[in-house]
Design a protein around this ligand. Sequence first.
Ligand code: NI
Length: 186
Amino acid sequence: MAIREVIRMGHPLLLQVASPVQQFDSPELHALIADLEDTMLDMNGAGIAAPQIGVSLRVVIFGQKLTVLDGASPSNPRYPDADAVPYTVLINPTLTPLGDELESGWEGCLSVPGMRGIVPRHTRLHYTGFDQYGQPIDRLVSGFHARVVQHECDHLDGVLYPMRIPNLKDFGYTNVFFPNQDVQDE
Ligand code: NI
């Protein structure tokens, strides 16, 4: 389909609460998901939410489509140490943290290019929702998978990760925090 422009922090649309999808398996929804996928792949994103391409609907995609060969784990160039997260289309999601445990970790965002910050997220998460065909999704996840889902679904409620950084000393430029690493700019 098409690589779309990703809107950046400061754009009012990123602060809106997005609307639920009413109709599944429609040409419009499939086109939206194709555009999200093309844009995420082009930018090496771990995930992307529809509001980031200017569409205020409760749709996120995340993870990787790469198949695992010979036990090798596909990795995202932006998050080389992250466990692989399966490619997922998640619509109208509901998130329920499991327990009180929080885990701090680095995050970046395609709408905040060139920067990283340390954000606490729930370690364990139960999430539900639907795929683009209206089939239910129901998963218990932890670690990086849980972090990605929390980050992407925050976009549906108008929340960007810098708003969740407890100590702004932990927010800065990727190439300053990680000068010797080949971390791609978003
Ligand atoms: Ni983001």
